[in-house]
Design a binder for this molecule. Structure first.
Ligand code: PMP
Length: 381
C-alpha cells in the first residue's frame, strides 16, 4: 500500500477550523449584482472587493451587447479559437484592444491568467531566464514555473536589483522581465521608465501585466515589448489578451498551450468586453472617478491615523499587523455593511484591500470611511 494522496486533504485543517470558529472569510455567496451594492446573507452590502473599476458590469448597454452576441452566436463556441471557436467579434475586440493600447496586435486568451501563463511559458526556452517582480501576480510566477526556463524573483519595483540579476544571468540566455503595471495587492505602480531602461541596457524583453490599470489609467507603452490585459476588471467581463508584435503573437498562436488547448472566450463575454472598452473610452470620467474615490478614501484613512500606502489607481491597500487583526477588521466592516477583501499569506502580507469603482456614489464612499473609523483601529506601530 502506498501513501494515500488524499491524506493531505484530511490533514489540511486551516479552512475547517476557521469555519468552525465562524471566521472563515472566503467563498461567500452574493445574491444580486456584483457591484456597487450587493446582497450577502440577506443584507445589503457596499461591494469594495470587486475590480469592476468602471462600474460597467451591470450597465444596460454592456448587458445588451452580451445578450445580442449570445442570440447571434450561441452561449459557447464549444472549442478552441484555433479550430472552431473564432467569430468576427473576437477579431474586432483584438483590433480595438491593440488600437486602445497603442501596440500593433492583440491575441485573445480565455482569461488574463491564461494570457500571462501562455505568453511567458510559450515564449521561453530551456536556457532562458524569466525575471519576475516580487509582487507580480501569481499567473506570472505560474507562467515562469510552467515554462522550461529559470525563474528569478527581483525586489519589488527595484530597477537596481533587476539590473544586478540581469548582469548575473548567463550571457547566452534570452531574458524576459515581467512586471505588473499596477500592483494588485499594494496598489502601487511600476516605475516603468527605470525598468524599461534597465531592460534595454541588458537586451532583455519586457512584459507588463496591466490587468488593473488597463481601461482605468493610461500606460506609456514605449519600451514595453508585450502587454497583457484582462477583461475581468475595467472591461466588465471575463477573458484576457496578449498584445505585441505580430510575429510574436503568431508564434504564441502555435506555442501558447493555455490558448490552444482551452475553449475560446464565449461571444457574450467578448461582446461585453468590447462594449465596455468603447464606453470606457467615450466616458473617461469613469476611470477618473474610480481613481479620485480611492484617493479620497486614502486621505480619509490617513486622517483616521492609518498608514496607507500611496497609489495612483483605484486600489486602496491597508496593511494589518497579523491574521487575527485582519479578520477582525474584515468582520467589523462587514457588520457595518462594507465588503472588502481580506488578504492573508501566502497571497501577500496581511491587510485589507479596498477597491473603488466609478459606480460608488459619494454617499457610499462616506459610509465606507465611517465604517473604517468605527470598526478598524489604526495599527499603533
Ligand atoms: N494579473 C493580475 C495582476 C491580476 O490581478 C489578475 C486577476 N486577479 C490576473 C492577472 C488574472 O486575470 P483573470 O481574472 O482574467 O484571470
Amino acid at each position: 500500500m502506498g501513501v494515500d494522496l488524499f491524506a493531505r486533504c484530511r490533514d489540511y485543517d486551516v479552512a475547517r477550523s476557521a469555519r468552525a470558529a465562524g471566521v472563515y472569510p472566503y467563498y461567500p455567496v452574493f445574491a444580486g449584482p456584483g457591484a456597487p451594492v450587493t446582497e450577502l446573507d440577506g443584507r445589503s452590502v457596499i461591494m469594495c472587493g470587486s475590480s469592476d473599476y468602471l462600474g460597467l458590469a451591470a450597465d444596460p448597454r454592456v448587458i445588451r451587447a452580451a445578450r445580442d452576441a449570445a442570440d447571434r452566436y450561441g452561449t459557447s463556441r464549444s472549442g478552441s479559437r484555433m479550430l472552431n471557436g473564432g467569430t468576427p467579434l473576437h477579431a474586432e475586440l483584438e483590433r480595438e484592444l491593440a488600437a486602445a493600447a497603442g501596440l500593433p496586435e492583440a491575441l485573445l486568451f480565455p482569461t488574463g491568467y491564461q494570457a500571462n501563463v501562455g505568453a511567458i511559458a510559450g515564449l521561453t526556452g530551456r536556457r532562458d531566464v524569466v525575471l519576475v517582480d516580487a509582487e507580480a501576480h501569481a499567473s506570472a510566477y505560474d507562467g515562469a514555473g510552467l515554462g522550461p526556463g529559470r525563474a528569478v524573483r527581483f525586489r519589488h519595483n527595484s530597477a537596481a536589483d533587476l539590473g544586478r540579476r540581469l548582469a548575473a544571468s548567463p550571457g547566452d540566455a534570452a531574458r524576459l522581465v515581467v512586471v505588473d503595471g499596477l500592483y494588485s495587492m499594494s496598489g502601487d505602480a511600476c516605475p516603468l521608465p527605470t525598468i524599461v531602461e534597465t531592460c534595454r541596457r541588458y537586451g532583455a524583453r519586457l512584459l507588463v501585466d496591466d490587468a488593473h490599470g488597463f481601461g482605468v489609467r493610461p500606460l506609456d507603452v514605449g519600451g514595453v515589448d508585450l502587454l497583457t490585459v484582462t477583461f475581468s476588471k475595467a472591461l466588465a467581463s471575463v477573458g484576457g489578451a496578449v498584445l505585441g508584435p505580430p510575429e510574436v503573437l503568431d508564434y504564441l498562436r502555435h506555442h501558447a498551450r493555455p490558448e490552444i488547448f482551452s475553449a475560446v472566450a464565449p461571444p457574450s463575454s467578448v461582446a461585453a468586453a468590447l462594449a465596455a472598452l468603447r464606453i470606457g473610452a467615450a466616458e473617461p470620467w469613469r476611470g477618473e472617478r474610480a481613481i479620485a474615490g480611492a484617493a479620497g478614501l486614502r486621505a480619509a484613512l490617513g486622517a483616521q491615523g492609518h498608514t496607507v500606502p500611496a497609489g495612483p489607481g483605484p486600489i486602496v491597500a491597508l496593511p494589518m499587523p497579523d491574521l487575527a487583526s485582519t479578520l477582525a477588521a474584515w468582520r467589523g466592516l462587514l457588520g457595518a455593511g462594507v465588503y472588502v477583501n481580506p488578504v492573508v499569506p501566502p497571497a501577500a502580507r496581511c491587510g485589507l484591500r479596498v477597491t473603488i469603482t466609478a459606480a460608488h456614489t459619494d454617499a457610499h464612499l462616506d459610509t465606507v470611511a465611517t465604517a473604517f473609523a468605527d470598526r478598524v483601529t489604526p495599527d499603533p506601530r
